[in-house]
Design a protein around this ligand. Structure first.
Ligand SMILES: [Fe+2]
Ligand SMILES: [Fe+2]
Length: 194
């Protein structure tokens, strides 16, 4: 699915279901980070690549709207936003990409890592939409799953448009291998990526 080489263990949904406020808090912070990351790409690379300014600022707006929706679900359940934690999945993915970057462009890697994070979120939101067993959260996650698939395409298409398919596709394939190893090793907890 969307370039992911290894599916999430279905028992992850049970861990998520067992701590819905924990999951929603982690998810709320993921949406904030997605908005921040889109804007930081615009700030860092928008001058050289003005074609990213419009789609990525629109993405930041959309991720901010997702944050508010997740936060409302959290409040309805009496949960609290809590503090952000280090997302080990994202940290390890960035580290692994950096370690073996070679001649790959750091901007390309940022786009493609973003694509893979969106893809993994999409896969997990699908599992939640099908198995969270909550009449309000299931349709909510079904909608987010569609959005994440679109975001995956946005980032992978930007990579191809800016760097060319001949460069971007093999790098995405290699990063997908690293992503699969990392996703496989992380413990299954009530977090979007962990
Ligand atoms: Fe989002
Ligand atoms: Fe997204």
């Amino acid at each position: 699915m969307l370039n992911l080489l290894r599916p999430t263990d279905p028992s992850w949904v049970e861990a998520a279901r067992a701590d819905l406020p924990g999951l929603l808090s982690d998810h709320a912070h993921c949406e904030i980070k997605a908005a921040q990351s889109a804007l930081s790409l615009v700030a860092r690379f928008g001058a050289e690549h003005p074609e990213i300014i419009d789609p990525l600022s629109a993405l930041a707006r959309e991720e901010t709207a997702h944050f508010r929706e997740v936060q409302e679900h959290l409040e309805d359940r009496g949960g609290n936003l809590g503090f952000p934690r280090v997302d080990e999945y994202v940290r390890k993915l960035r580290e692994a990409a950096h370690r073996e970057r070679g001649h790959a462009d750091p901007f390309l890697d940022r786009l493609l890592i973003s694509a893979l994070i969106e893809a993994r979120s999409c896969e997990r939101f699908k599992l939640l939409a099908e198995g969270i067993d909550d009449p309000r959260l299931e349709p909510f996650y079904a909608g987010l799953m569609v959005a994440e698939a679109r975001h995956y395409r946005l980032f992978s298409e930007l990579g191809e448009r800016i760097f060319g398919a001949a460069v971007s596709r093999p790098r995405l394939a290699r990063l997908a291998e690293l992503e699969a190893e990392i996703a496989d090793q992380l413990p299954l907890g009530p977090t979007v990526h962990g």
